[in-house]
Design a protein around this ligand. Structure first.
Ligand code: GUN
Length: 286
């Protein structure tokens, strides 16, 4: 296995499948269409939404970034979402988070109808994950889905493996713990209050860091026998410029079997999964 697990070879390999699926849908009269709702101008969100649009268009799907002013009223915001929910020409809706302070009191979890919920956040979709689905036909959260796609590509076995996830967010850690359990991994979900974190990460076969604390995981968190695999979900902007993951990549890479870089690791896999979910939602609409 390669030491550095880049997203590019995975996506280069899988993108043809998505393009073909999109053409098949077109031939059945379905033109996959995603609405990405972006409120305000959060710098990270502007970049993420642009990347989602670019990738959807690359596979032949439509993606519109619906830009709303930071001062948009709650009523107008809810009405816009409701209109897309009721529009049969729209197959996927994604509300980019975080919302600005003026709307941050709104619980967006169940705003998008479950069949258009390309984020996989709706309780109905979460319940399917809870019930044991592996995400092949269901809309499941994009980062967990992308992680499984990457593991499949690089031949990273999950069944029977000890996986330590650090971070219990509802976007990554919690759904990932369910998904990997459904793939027969033995999962430990660690977080900021976990005692003896180093013992847990040193004992695992695969460690997935998703806390957003740049370079927190140094060499003391891992064994020094090149047997462990680290998947780094963290993306933090650095004061000196650039972005960094949760792991101190250069300090730890030599003692591991493999590691994802930041950038160019898990981030692009999340975007890939958005497009996959959009095609799944479009297919389910038939
Ligand atoms: N902001 C950061 N990550 C995500 C995500 O996966 N989905 C949405 N909607 N917003 C995000």
């Amino acid at each position: 296995m390669e030491k550095i697990l880049y997203a590019k070879p995975v996506i280069d390999n899988e993108i043809e499948v998505l393009k073909k699926k999109c053409l098949e849908l077109n031939s059945k009269g379905v033109h996959p269409s995603l609405k990405v709702i972006l409120v305000g101008e959060d710098a990270g969100s502007v970049i993420y939404t642009r990347n989602k649009k670019r990738f959807c268009e690359k596979i032949g799907a439509d993606c519109e970034i619906v830009k709303l002013d930071e001062q948009v009223s709650e009523n107008d915001f809810l009405e816009i979402v409701a209109n897309y929910n009721n529009d049969s020409q729209v197959h996927g809706i994604l509300i980019q988070l975080p919302l600005p302070a003026s709307l941050s009191h709104i619980d967006t979890t169940n705003l998008v109808r479950p069949e258009k919920d390309v984020d996989g956040f709706h309780f109905y979709n979460v319940a399917k994950l809870f019930a044991g689905n592996k995400g092949d036909k269901e809309l499941i959260p994009c980062t967990p889905k992308g992680i499984v796609t990457m593991c499949r590509h690089y031949g990273i076995e999950l069944e029977g493996k000890k996986v330590a996830i650090v971070g219990r967010s509802i976007i990554v850690g919690k759904p990932l713990s369910l998904l990997l359990t459904n793939h027969n991994a033995t999962v430990t979900l660690a977080h900021s209050r976990t005692a003896n974190l180093k013992e847990i990460t040193r004992d695992a076969d695969i460690i997935i860091t998703a806390i957003g604390n740049p370079k927190m995981f140094g060499k003391e968190y891992f064994r020094n026998d090149q047997s462990q695999i680290v998947l780094d979900v963290g993306i933090s902007s650095m004061p000196e410029g650039g972005i960094a993951g949760d792991c101190d990549f250069h300090q730890i890479k030599d003692q591991l079997k493999a590691i994802t870089p930041v950038p160019k690791g898990i981030g692009p896999m999340t975007i890939f999964s958005v497009a996959q979910n959009l095609l799944q939602a479009s297919e389910n609409s038939l």
